[in-house]
Design a protein around this ligand. Structure first.
Ligand code: NAD
Length: 253
């Protein structure tokens, strides 16, 4: 198959967590490339990119509903981008079980359920892709983020398994692993990080958030979206079963 025959034009994608931050930028970028996008969120924005669709992805059945909605609306599904995520910052002996369960449900079980239900359509697509938004926290840990780090490590395991199963089905599966990206998820952490680290809030960005970055800059959501568009397109064919890390040098140490 020539690379040119696999343009994103006319193809269909599901992006979760598409009302904010990285997911919103990804939905906009894929739409710009000519894809039809189901923009799934707990709190959808009808003014945002894509066709907005409300779902609480912590409920396993809602993930099957998302795939059905995309197929009903677009008649095909070529790309799934599990992105919806939340954070909880707390020491292990204070970490609430309900937050652990919610984070695992949203950030590990939801990608599994999306893959499970989307697989036949991705196979049928002929150039199906499964590209999760993981995190540098899928590769390394930080204190006070037990659930998030565990979910992201698990997500990389899922993607590796899907890559092996997808090899025969023509479905590359991968996960992008960014360092800190300028989004509401990071802004919301500042108060909790200040408490957990015993620092005033104004010192959190420099001393906690950007501390592990070799390059002391946040990543922009549009930069992550550009990587997704590349991976989803013809040149992304060989990116499967391995993390795609964009972490401002975090893991170089
Ligand atoms: N911001 C960062 O620094 C960073 C770095 C690496 C990875 N990530 C990952 O990128 C993804 C997106 O994060 P972001 O920073 O854009 O966050 P964000 O808070 O800006 O957006 C997350 C979106 O997910 C939605 N969401 C939350 N719970 C949901 C649920 N139960 N069902 C459906 N949707 C739900 C929210 O409504 C929100 O629109 C997450 O998986 C996050 O772990 C973020």
């Amino acid at each position: 198959m020539s690379l040119g025959s696999m343009s994103l034009e006319g193809r269909a994608a599901v992006v979760t967590g598409a009302a904010s931050g990285i997911g919103r930028a990804v939905a906009a970028r894929l739409e710009q490339a000519g894809m039809s996008v189901l923009a799934v969120d707990l709190d959808p924005d009808p003014e945002g990119p894509g066709a907005s669709h409300r779902a609480d992805l912590t409920e396993p059945a809602a993930n099957a509903g998302v795939v059905d909605a995309a197929l009903q609306r677009f008649g095909r599904l070529d790309l799934v981008v599990p992105n919806a995520g939340i954070q909880h910052v707390a020491a292990i002996d204070e970490f609430p079980l309900d937050r652990w369960e919610m984070i695992l449900a949203l950030m590990l079980t939801s990608p599994f359920m999306l893959a499970k239900h989307a697989w036949p359509a991705l196979r049928e697509s002929g150039s199906g892709r499964f590209i999760a938004i993981a995190s540098v926290h899928g590769l390394v840990a930080s204190p006070y983020k037990a659930a998030y780090v565990s979910a992201k490590h698990g997500l990389l395991g899922l993607v590796k398994t899907l890559a092996l199963e997808g090899a025969g089905d023509g479905i590359p599966a991968t996960a992008v692993c960014p360092g800190y990206v300028r989004t509401p998820l990071v802004e919301r952490q500042i108060v909790d990080q200040a408490r957990a680290h015993g620092l005033p809030e104004e010192r959190v960005q420099g001393e906690v958030i950007l501390a592990p970055h070799a390059v002391k800059q946040l990543i922009e959501p549009s930069e992550v979206a550009e990587v997704i568009a590349f991976l989803a397109g013809p040149a992304g064919r060989a990116f499967t079963g391995a993390p795609v890390t964009m972490d401002q040098g975090w893991t170089a140490r």
